[in-house]
Every structure is written in C-alpha cells, then in structure tokens.
Write a protein that binds this ligand. Structure first.
Ligand SMILES: [Ca+2]
Ligand SMILES: [Ca+2]
Length: 347
C-alpha cells in the first residue's frame, strides 16, 4: 500500500490512496505493481472535471461519488485522462466533493477525493473600492475590518476568491453563489463578532443582515478566516481560485523601507505585478506599497485604477460600507487639470 498527497492547482486533493495489489495477490509475477499517479486535476468548464494520470487508466465501475448528491458524476476515459461529467450542473461557488477510483492495465488502482467549488462561467467584474483595516470602537465611529467591492459588471460572485495577507499570515475567502448587477456594492466583513444577525445576503433582501457595518443598500458577507492587517498587508481578488488576480491593493506602514522580507506578501505581490496591476521595483521594496500612517478611524478609498496612485486615505469617520464614498462638496470650481487635493502634513 502506498499513499500520496498531491496539491494540484487550486484543488485540494484530500486523499489519494493506492491500494493494490491485494495482500492475497502478493505473489503475483513481476511487472507493473505501481498504482497510477495523478498529475493534474481541474474543472475544465461547467459540469466537467478533468483528472490527468501518468499512464492509461480506466475508471473503476461504481466507484464514483459526488456531493451535493443532487448531481451525478459520470466518468469517461480518453487515454491517460478521466473526464467526469457532473449533471445536473452545480451552482457557481457551491462546495463540491468528487470521489472515485482509477485502475491501470495491470489492476493497480488509485482512489481519490477532490474538494472544489462549482465552476463560475460568468464571474461578476468586481473592483476593490474601500478598505477598513482595523476595529474602531469609538461610540461615534464604530467599525470593524471590511473590504468593499463595487460590481463594474454583472455576473455571479460564486467562487470569486479574495486573499489577504500580513507579513506572517495569509487568509482567503470564496464567495457563495450569488448573482449581482452592475453598480451593486458588496461588503466582505472580515472580523465578525459571531452574531446570529451576521448573515450572507445571497438573495433579494439586502437588509437581511445585521452586525457592525452591515449595510441596507449593499450585499453583506461574513468571513471568519481572519482580520485585515492593520498597517501592512496585501489584498488580491481572483475570478477563480486558480486564476491570476484581476485587482489588488498593497499597503504598508509609512516607516517601512528596504527590500520586502515577507514571503507571504512578496508571493502575492508578484502575482499582482505579473498581472500588470501593481508597479514594483526590480527587487520589490516596501516603498512600492501605498504608504500610510495606520488609523482605524480612517478608511482607505479607491479613486481610480492604476496601482497605489489610485488610492487615498479617507477623512476620519468617512467610512461608507455598502455605499458610494462620501465626497465633500468641491470648495471651488477649478479649471486647472493639474489641481490635486493634498493632505496637509501635521508638524
Ligand atoms: Ca445589506
Ligand atoms: Ca463605500
């Protein structure tokens, strides 16, 4: 008996257990006694899961199972690849388990279980719009960690993945199945208090959820993976777990400088720069981040596309989870295109 644990792309392979030959067959003639190995596994499209092996295999009859049990997994084989049809299709973002067994020509077999979420064929186009990095317990300005997204294109949230990391800890969250329209605000609360009122708003009722920062006009979701780093961190957004980021934000305490010495941050930052979403020095440095003096009373606000230049620190108390940013009335119309508002420095 042998067992292997493989990490394949985005998919968690919980168990791979090769069990052959049976102990009764231990005196079999010399030959192929090695069970087939899984080289790759992925969802190719809605209702289609593909498992690649290192040799020609056949699916073991009756061994395939699927959860949720409302869908059936039916394997077919193309040489070294098993294609599993899942019907009826599961909802985008729904948690799935696929189990089965594959056998090579000599009777050696491998059993497997994959955990993944239902394929999202039409992900909503989201932009990270506002970040509240910490808890503020002042009576007049109570907030807890949240990320706000604006839907710039309609679609499904199902399986869209958010990652956030500090220098020492990486966290992630995948949205459940939920259709959104262009212009919708989505708030992911990252420091829930565990209240019964903290409910995911996947349906029509946008007032369903209670809890700190829940918004009557936005869609509230609650993530228990861990809070957003207060001072220094990185946030990335992916349409599917295995995809490149489509948006992200890298921020750091203003007194940080020099080469980035955190693997957790630099690996996510590399994915952002590779996707042309963030500009970095040849050797990434803390100065490549949006530098700020951390404050739980001020949100970080997105004003435009284009890396750190697109962000600013909001006024104290200007948090607007689930709604457009509170903008001050312009003091005076200006014809100068170069005019920019600057934050005055305190002595
Ligand atoms: Ca709401
Ligand atoms: Ca907002």
């Amino acid at each position: 008996m042998s067992s292997e644990l493989l990490s394949v792309l985005c998919l968690s392979l919980i168990l791979v257990c090769g069990c052959s030959p049976d102990s009764a067959d231990i005196f079999m003639p010399a030959g192929d006694i090695r069970p087939p190995s899984i080289l790759a596994a992925r969802q190719r499209a809605t209702g289609c899961f593909e498992i690649g092996f290192d040799e020609i295999v056949t699916p073991v009859k009756g061994s395939f199972g699927f959860s949720p049990e409302t869908s059936i997994a039916t394997p077919s084989v193309q040489g070294t690849i098993i294609l599993v049809a899942i019907a009826p299709e599961v909802k985008a973002g729904a948690k799935c388990l696929l189990s089965g067994e594959a056998m090579d020509g000599s009777g050696n077999s491998t059993r497997f279980i994959f955990e993944f979420v239902g394929y999202n064929a039409s992900p909503a186009r989201l932009r990270l719009n506002e970040v509240q990095t910490g808890k503020n317990s002042s009576a007049s300005n109570t907030h807890r960690d949240y990320l706000e997204f604006l839907a710039e294109g309609a679609g499904s949230l199902g399986g869209i993945q958010v990652r956030w990391a500090s220098s020492t800890k990486a966290m992630e969250y995948s949205f459940p199945s939920c259709e959104v329209r262009t212009g919708d605000f989505i708030v992911l609360h990252c420091a829930p208090e565990g209240l019964a009122a903290e409910l995911d708003e996947t349906g029509a009722d946008l007032t369903l959820s209670g809890g700190v920062d829940s918004s009557p006009g936005g869609r509230d979701f609650w993530a228990s993976s861990g809070g957003i780093p207060d001072e220094t961190g990185i946030i990335t957004l992916r349409e599917r777990e295995e995809s490149s980021p489509v948006d992200g934000f890298f921020y750091a305490a203003e007194d940080k400088s020099g080469e980035i010495d955190s693997e957790k941050i630099s690996s996510e930052l590399e994915s952002l720069t590779s996707a042309d979403l963030w500009v970095c020095s040849p050797t990434p440095r803390w100065e490549d981040a949006f530098l700020w003096k951390s404050s739980s009373s001020r949100p970080l606000l997105r004003e435009a596309e284009g890396g750190k230049e697109g962000w600013r620190i909001g006024e104290a108390g200007s948090q607007s989870p689930g709604a457009a940013a509170i903008t001050k009335a312009p003091a005076k119309a200006s014809s100068s295109p170069k005019s920019k508002r600057k934050t005055s420095k305190k002595p």
